[in-house]
Ligand binder design. Structure first.
Ligand code: PLP
Length: 369
Protein backbone atom coordinates (compact mmCIF):
# COMPACT_ATOMS: atom_id res chain seq x y z
CA UNK A 1 0.00 0.00 0.00
CA UNK A 2 1.74 3.15 -1.16
CA UNK A 3 0.33 6.15 0.64
CA UNK A 4 1.48 9.64 -0.24
CA UNK A 5 1.78 10.87 3.32
CA UNK A 6 4.69 11.75 5.55
CA UNK A 7 3.30 9.72 8.43
CA UNK A 8 0.17 7.63 8.41
CA UNK A 9 -1.59 4.74 10.10
CA UNK A 10 -3.07 1.80 8.27
CA UNK A 11 -6.13 0.45 10.01
CA UNK A 12 -7.47 -2.96 9.11
CA UNK A 13 -11.25 -2.93 9.30
CA UNK A 14 -11.49 -6.70 8.85
CA UNK A 15 -9.15 -7.11 11.81
CA UNK A 16 -11.42 -4.97 13.99
CA UNK A 17 -14.40 -7.05 12.85
CA UNK A 18 -12.48 -10.26 13.63
CA UNK A 19 -11.54 -8.95 17.08
CA UNK A 20 -15.21 -8.09 17.72
CA UNK A 21 -16.22 -11.62 16.74
CA UNK A 22 -13.52 -13.06 19.03
CA UNK A 23 -15.02 -11.14 21.95
CA UNK A 24 -18.51 -12.42 21.04
CA UNK A 25 -17.18 -15.97 21.04
CA UNK A 26 -15.34 -15.53 24.33
CA UNK A 27 -18.44 -14.30 26.17
CA UNK A 28 -20.86 -16.70 24.51
CA UNK A 29 -24.40 -16.34 23.26
CA UNK A 30 -26.91 -14.11 24.94
CA UNK A 31 -24.32 -11.53 25.97
CA UNK A 32 -24.55 -8.14 24.29
CA UNK A 33 -21.11 -6.95 23.16
CA UNK A 34 -21.07 -3.18 23.31
CA UNK A 35 -18.21 -1.72 21.28
CA UNK A 36 -16.32 1.07 23.02
CA UNK A 37 -15.41 3.74 20.45
CA UNK A 38 -14.59 6.63 22.77
CA UNK A 39 -11.55 8.84 22.09
CA UNK A 40 -12.00 8.48 18.33
CA UNK A 41 -12.04 4.71 18.76
CA UNK A 42 -8.69 4.79 20.56
CA UNK A 43 -7.22 6.71 17.65
CA UNK A 44 -8.64 4.36 14.98
CA UNK A 45 -11.44 6.69 13.81
CA UNK A 46 -14.79 6.54 15.62
CA UNK A 47 -17.07 6.70 12.63
CA UNK A 48 -15.26 4.10 10.54
CA UNK A 49 -14.95 1.74 13.50
CA UNK A 50 -18.60 2.28 14.50
CA UNK A 51 -19.71 1.36 10.99
CA UNK A 52 -17.62 -1.81 10.98
CA UNK A 53 -18.89 -2.85 14.40
CA UNK A 54 -22.54 -2.29 13.57
CA UNK A 55 -21.95 -4.12 10.28
CA UNK A 56 -20.56 -7.02 12.32
CA UNK A 57 -23.65 -7.15 14.52
CA UNK A 58 -23.02 -4.67 17.33
CA UNK A 59 -26.28 -3.18 18.56
CA UNK A 60 -24.59 -1.02 21.18
CA UNK A 61 -21.65 1.37 21.11
CA UNK A 62 -20.18 3.47 23.90
CA UNK A 63 -18.51 6.86 23.93
CA UNK A 64 -17.20 9.14 26.66
CA UNK A 65 -19.13 12.30 25.99
CA UNK A 66 -22.29 13.62 24.43
CA UNK A 67 -20.09 15.32 21.80
CA UNK A 68 -18.66 11.98 20.75
CA UNK A 69 -22.17 10.53 20.53
CA UNK A 70 -23.33 13.42 18.35
CA UNK A 71 -20.47 12.76 15.90
CA UNK A 72 -21.67 9.17 15.49
CA UNK A 73 -25.30 10.19 14.99
CA UNK A 74 -24.37 12.85 12.48
CA UNK A 75 -22.37 10.19 10.65
CA UNK A 76 -25.53 8.09 10.35
CA UNK A 77 -24.84 5.50 13.05
CA UNK A 78 -28.14 4.23 14.43
CA UNK A 79 -27.00 1.72 17.08
CA UNK A 80 -27.82 2.42 20.71
CA UNK A 81 -25.12 4.67 22.18
CA UNK A 82 -24.12 4.69 25.85
CA UNK A 83 -22.44 7.89 27.07
CA UNK A 84 -20.12 6.66 29.82
CA UNK A 85 -18.10 9.68 30.84
CA UNK A 86 -20.75 11.83 32.47
CA UNK A 87 -23.29 14.31 31.12
CA UNK A 88 -23.02 17.96 32.07
CA UNK A 89 -26.18 19.99 32.70
CA UNK A 90 -25.93 21.87 29.41
CA UNK A 91 -25.63 18.56 27.53
CA UNK A 92 -28.76 16.91 28.90
CA UNK A 93 -31.20 18.06 26.20
CA UNK A 94 -28.95 16.59 23.51
CA UNK A 95 -29.61 13.14 24.98
CA UNK A 96 -33.11 13.29 23.52
CA UNK A 97 -32.17 15.19 20.42
CA UNK A 98 -29.57 12.57 19.46
CA UNK A 99 -31.10 9.54 21.14
CA UNK A 100 -28.17 8.92 23.46
CA UNK A 101 -28.32 6.79 26.61
CA UNK A 102 -26.54 8.18 29.65
CA UNK A 103 -24.58 6.26 32.24
CA UNK A 104 -25.76 8.02 35.39
CA UNK A 105 -23.38 8.54 38.29
CA UNK A 106 -25.48 10.18 41.02
CA UNK A 107 -29.02 10.20 42.34
CA UNK A 108 -29.22 13.90 41.59
CA UNK A 109 -28.75 13.12 37.89
CA UNK A 110 -31.68 10.69 37.90
CA UNK A 111 -33.86 13.38 39.41
CA UNK A 112 -32.59 15.95 36.92
CA UNK A 113 -33.43 13.66 33.99
CA UNK A 114 -36.90 13.12 35.43
CA UNK A 115 -37.63 16.86 35.53
CA UNK A 116 -37.77 16.83 31.72
CA UNK A 117 -40.82 14.57 31.95
CA UNK A 118 -39.83 12.80 28.79
CA UNK A 119 -39.05 9.13 28.65
CA UNK A 120 -35.44 8.20 28.79
CA UNK A 121 -33.55 5.04 29.63
CA UNK A 122 -30.37 5.23 31.66
CA UNK A 123 -27.71 2.91 33.04
CA UNK A 124 -26.79 3.43 36.66
CA UNK A 125 -23.13 3.07 37.48
CA UNK A 126 -22.18 1.88 40.93
CA UNK A 127 -18.81 2.87 42.32
CA UNK A 128 -17.76 -0.46 43.79
CA UNK A 129 -14.33 0.69 44.86
CA UNK A 130 -12.52 2.50 42.07
CA UNK A 131 -13.53 5.88 43.53
CA UNK A 132 -14.04 7.42 40.16
CA UNK A 133 -17.48 7.74 38.54
CA UNK A 134 -20.59 6.06 39.94
CA UNK A 135 -22.79 6.19 43.01
CA UNK A 136 -21.19 5.11 46.23
CA UNK A 137 -23.96 4.47 48.73
CA UNK A 138 -25.45 1.86 51.01
CA UNK A 139 -27.50 -0.76 49.16
CA UNK A 140 -30.67 0.38 50.97
CA UNK A 141 -30.22 3.93 49.76
CA UNK A 142 -29.68 2.75 46.16
CA UNK A 143 -32.82 0.59 46.31
CA UNK A 144 -34.87 3.48 47.76
CA UNK A 145 -33.76 5.83 45.02
CA UNK A 146 -34.53 3.30 42.31
CA UNK A 147 -37.97 2.57 43.78
CA UNK A 148 -39.22 6.13 43.27
CA UNK A 149 -41.51 6.30 40.21
CA UNK A 150 -39.98 8.46 37.52
CA UNK A 151 -40.12 9.14 33.80
CA UNK A 152 -36.47 8.08 33.61
CA UNK A 153 -36.22 4.34 33.37
CA UNK A 154 -33.41 2.14 34.69
CA UNK A 155 -32.22 0.03 31.77
CA UNK A 156 -28.81 -1.07 32.99
CA UNK A 157 -26.72 -1.51 36.10
CA UNK A 158 -22.98 -1.29 35.69
CA UNK A 159 -19.66 -0.93 37.42
CA UNK A 160 -16.05 -0.67 36.29
CA UNK A 161 -13.03 -2.56 37.59
CA UNK A 162 -9.79 -0.88 38.54
CA UNK A 163 -7.45 -3.90 38.44
CA UNK A 164 -9.00 -6.66 36.34
CA UNK A 165 -5.62 -7.90 35.01
CA UNK A 166 -4.01 -7.90 38.45
CA UNK A 167 -4.23 -11.27 40.15
CA UNK A 168 -1.98 -10.23 43.03
CA UNK A 169 -4.75 -8.02 44.41
CA UNK A 170 -8.22 -8.77 45.75
CA UNK A 171 -9.66 -5.54 44.41
CA UNK A 172 -11.70 -7.16 41.63
CA UNK A 173 -13.24 -9.73 43.98
CA UNK A 174 -14.13 -6.96 46.41
CA UNK A 175 -15.68 -4.89 43.63
CA UNK A 176 -17.65 -7.89 42.33
CA UNK A 177 -19.01 -8.61 45.78
CA UNK A 178 -20.09 -5.00 46.27
CA UNK A 179 -21.84 -5.04 42.89
CA UNK A 180 -23.46 -8.39 43.62
CA UNK A 181 -24.85 -7.02 46.89
CA UNK A 182 -26.90 -4.52 44.87
CA UNK A 183 -27.93 -6.97 42.13
CA UNK A 184 -29.10 -9.62 44.56
CA UNK A 185 -31.57 -7.25 46.20
CA UNK A 186 -32.82 -5.47 43.11
CA UNK A 187 -35.99 -6.98 41.70
CA UNK A 188 -36.71 -7.00 38.91
CA UNK A 189 -33.21 -6.56 37.55
CA UNK A 190 -32.85 -4.06 34.72
CA UNK A 191 -32.44 -5.31 31.17
CA UNK A 192 -28.61 -5.08 31.18
CA UNK A 193 -26.08 -5.97 33.86
CA UNK A 194 -22.48 -5.18 32.94
CA UNK A 195 -19.07 -4.86 34.55
CA UNK A 196 -16.44 -6.28 32.19
CA UNK A 197 -14.18 -4.40 29.84
CA UNK A 198 -11.26 -6.00 27.96
CA UNK A 199 -9.24 -7.44 30.81
CA UNK A 200 -12.19 -8.86 32.75
CA UNK A 201 -13.43 -10.46 29.51
CA UNK A 202 -10.03 -11.90 28.62
CA UNK A 203 -9.43 -13.35 32.07
CA UNK A 204 -13.04 -14.49 32.51
CA UNK A 205 -13.77 -12.31 35.52
CA UNK A 206 -17.52 -12.05 35.06
CA UNK A 207 -20.52 -12.75 37.23
CA UNK A 208 -23.37 -15.07 36.23
CA UNK A 209 -26.11 -12.52 35.53
CA UNK A 210 -23.97 -10.29 33.39
CA UNK A 211 -25.47 -10.04 29.94
CA UNK A 212 -23.47 -7.18 28.46
CA UNK A 213 -19.72 -6.52 28.17
CA UNK A 214 -17.83 -3.34 27.23
CA UNK A 215 -14.63 -4.10 25.31
CA UNK A 216 -12.51 -1.28 23.95
CA UNK A 217 -8.81 -2.19 23.88
CA UNK A 218 -9.57 -5.76 22.72
CA UNK A 219 -11.34 -4.51 19.60
CA UNK A 220 -8.13 -2.77 18.61
CA UNK A 221 -6.10 -5.90 19.28
CA UNK A 222 -4.75 -5.61 22.80
CA UNK A 223 -5.19 -7.28 26.18
CA UNK A 224 -3.06 -6.23 29.15
CA UNK A 225 -0.61 -8.82 30.45
CA UNK A 226 -1.74 -10.30 33.75
CA UNK A 227 0.05 -9.73 37.02
CA UNK A 228 0.35 -12.75 39.22
CA UNK A 229 -1.13 -16.17 38.62
CA UNK A 230 -4.34 -16.25 36.63
CA UNK A 231 -6.52 -18.81 34.92
CA UNK A 232 -6.41 -19.34 31.17
CA UNK A 233 -6.88 -16.34 28.96
CA UNK A 234 -10.03 -16.91 26.88
CA UNK A 235 -9.58 -14.13 24.33
CA UNK A 236 -7.10 -13.79 21.46
CA UNK A 237 -7.04 -10.62 19.38
CA UNK A 238 -4.56 -8.97 17.03
CA UNK A 239 -3.56 -5.33 16.54
CA UNK A 240 -5.54 -3.55 13.83
CA UNK A 241 -3.28 -0.56 13.37
CA UNK A 242 0.14 -0.04 11.80
CA UNK A 243 1.94 3.28 11.96
CA UNK A 244 4.46 4.32 9.32
CA UNK A 245 6.60 7.32 8.48
CA UNK A 246 8.84 8.24 5.59
CA UNK A 247 12.54 8.96 5.59
CA UNK A 248 13.22 12.61 4.73
CA UNK A 249 17.00 12.55 4.67
CA UNK A 250 19.77 10.00 5.02
CA UNK A 251 23.28 10.99 6.05
CA UNK A 252 26.58 9.48 7.07
CA UNK A 253 27.95 10.85 10.32
CA UNK A 254 31.50 10.81 11.59
CA UNK A 255 32.31 9.17 14.89
CA UNK A 256 31.67 11.68 17.69
CA UNK A 257 28.81 13.53 15.94
CA UNK A 258 26.09 14.78 18.26
CA UNK A 259 22.50 14.09 17.24
CA UNK A 260 19.42 16.20 17.97
CA UNK A 261 18.45 18.75 20.62
CA UNK A 262 20.74 18.79 23.59
CA UNK A 263 23.29 16.60 21.83
CA UNK A 264 22.13 13.67 23.93
CA UNK A 265 23.49 11.07 21.52
CA UNK A 266 27.13 10.92 20.41
CA UNK A 267 27.86 8.61 17.49
CA UNK A 268 30.20 5.90 18.83
CA UNK A 269 31.38 5.12 15.28
CA UNK A 270 30.71 6.16 11.72
CA UNK A 271 26.94 5.81 11.32
CA UNK A 272 24.33 6.13 8.66
CA UNK A 273 21.26 7.80 10.09
CA UNK A 274 17.82 8.57 8.70
CA UNK A 275 15.67 11.53 9.68
CA UNK A 276 11.99 10.50 9.80
CA UNK A 277 8.99 12.72 9.11
CA UNK A 278 7.35 12.09 12.48
CA UNK A 279 7.72 13.63 15.92
CA UNK A 280 5.95 14.26 19.17
CA UNK A 281 3.47 16.60 17.46
CA UNK A 282 2.22 13.43 15.74
CA UNK A 283 1.94 11.70 19.10
CA UNK A 284 5.20 9.79 18.77
CA UNK A 285 6.26 9.96 22.42
CA UNK A 286 9.13 12.29 23.30
CA UNK A 287 10.04 9.76 25.95
CA UNK A 288 11.21 7.40 23.19
CA UNK A 289 14.27 9.65 22.92
CA UNK A 290 17.37 7.38 22.92
CA UNK A 291 15.12 4.49 23.95
CA UNK A 292 12.69 3.33 21.31
CA UNK A 293 13.17 1.69 17.95
CA UNK A 294 11.42 1.60 14.62
CA UNK A 295 11.56 -1.17 12.02
CA UNK A 296 13.54 -0.26 8.90
CA UNK A 297 14.08 -2.74 6.08
CA UNK A 298 12.74 -5.50 8.31
CA UNK A 299 15.15 -4.87 11.20
CA UNK A 300 15.02 -2.85 14.42
CA UNK A 301 16.50 0.63 14.01
CA UNK A 302 17.19 2.41 17.33
CA UNK A 303 16.05 5.99 17.87
CA UNK A 304 19.07 8.29 18.22
CA UNK A 305 18.87 11.46 20.27
CA UNK A 306 15.71 13.23 21.26
CA UNK A 307 12.42 12.93 19.40
CA UNK A 308 11.67 16.42 18.04
CA UNK A 309 8.31 18.00 17.31
CA UNK A 310 8.26 16.90 13.66
CA UNK A 311 11.38 14.77 13.25
CA UNK A 312 12.94 11.64 14.66
CA UNK A 313 16.42 10.32 13.85
CA UNK A 314 17.11 6.59 13.65
CA UNK A 315 20.13 4.38 12.99
CA UNK A 316 20.05 3.07 9.42
CA UNK A 317 23.58 1.65 9.42
CA UNK A 318 22.15 -1.79 8.68
CA UNK A 319 20.08 -0.62 5.71
CA UNK A 320 22.32 1.32 3.29
CA UNK A 321 19.82 0.95 0.44
CA UNK A 322 17.12 3.01 2.19
CA UNK A 323 16.79 6.61 1.06
CA UNK A 324 14.51 9.64 1.11
CA UNK A 325 10.86 8.75 0.55
CA UNK A 326 11.24 5.17 1.77
CA UNK A 327 8.97 4.11 4.60
CA UNK A 328 9.75 2.71 8.01
CA UNK A 329 7.39 1.12 10.52
CA UNK A 330 6.89 2.84 13.86
CA UNK A 331 4.23 0.39 15.05
CA UNK A 332 3.52 -2.91 13.37
CA UNK A 333 5.37 -5.80 11.79
CA UNK A 334 7.83 -5.85 8.94
CA UNK A 335 9.31 -9.21 8.09
CA UNK A 336 10.29 -10.96 11.30
CA UNK A 337 10.61 -7.75 13.28
CA UNK A 338 7.81 -5.84 14.94
CA UNK A 339 6.90 -3.26 17.53
CA UNK A 340 3.45 -3.09 19.06
CA UNK A 341 1.79 -0.42 21.19
CA UNK A 342 2.61 -2.28 24.39
CA UNK A 343 6.32 -2.31 23.54
CA UNK A 344 6.30 1.38 22.62
CA UNK A 345 4.52 2.04 25.91
CA UNK A 346 7.19 0.15 27.84
CA UNK A 347 9.96 2.19 26.19
CA UNK A 348 8.08 5.41 26.84
CA UNK A 349 7.02 4.62 30.40
CA UNK A 350 3.31 4.73 29.63
CA UNK A 351 0.47 2.36 28.67
CA UNK A 352 -0.59 1.09 25.25
CA UNK A 353 -3.93 2.93 25.54
CA UNK A 354 -2.00 6.19 25.83
CA UNK A 355 0.12 5.40 22.76
CA UNK A 356 -2.91 4.62 20.57
CA UNK A 357 -5.05 7.54 21.77
CA UNK A 358 -2.06 9.82 21.39
CA UNK A 359 -1.63 9.32 17.64
CA UNK A 360 -2.11 12.87 16.45
CA UNK A 361 -4.69 14.36 14.11
CA UNK A 362 -1.90 15.16 11.63
CA UNK A 363 -1.27 11.45 11.06
CA UNK A 364 -3.46 10.34 8.17
CA UNK A 365 -5.77 7.42 8.76
CA UNK A 366 -5.79 4.99 5.85
CA UNK A 367 -8.35 2.19 5.94
CA UNK A 368 -7.54 -1.15 4.44
CA UNK A 369 -9.84 -4.14 4.20
C1 PLP B 1 -12.97 2.80 28.49
C2 PLP B 1 -13.99 2.01 29.20
C3 PLP B 1 -14.22 0.68 28.85
C4 PLP B 1 -13.36 -0.07 27.86
O1 PLP B 1 -12.17 -0.45 28.49
P1 PLP B 1 -11.06 -1.34 27.76
O2 PLP B 1 -10.08 -1.64 28.82
O3 PLP B 1 -10.50 -0.50 26.67
O4 PLP B 1 -11.75 -2.54 27.22
C5 PLP B 1 -15.26 0.03 29.48
N1 PLP B 1 -16.02 0.65 30.41
C6 PLP B 1 -15.80 1.92 30.79
C7 PLP B 1 -16.66 2.53 31.83
C8 PLP B 1 -14.78 2.64 30.21
O5 PLP B 1 -14.55 3.90 30.60
Amino acid sequence: MDSCYRSWVEISLSRIAANYRSVCQAVGEGVEVLGVVKADAYGHGALQVARVLTGTGARWLAVSSVDEGVVLREGGVDARILVMGGVLPYEVEALWEYNLTPAVHSFGEIAALATFNREIRYHLKIDTGMSRLGVRSEVDRILDELAAPRSAQLEGLMTHFASAADFTSQQTETQMATFQAVCSRLSPLPRYIHTASTNAIAYARRGMQENMVRPGHALYGYVSSPRGVCGPRILEVKPALKWKARILVVKDLEEGSLIGYGGTFRAPRRMRVGVLAVGYADGYPHRLSNRGRVIAAGKPAPILGTVSMDLTTVDLSHAPHLGPGDEVTLLGEEGDAGVDAQQIARFAGTISYNVLCGIGARVRRVYVP
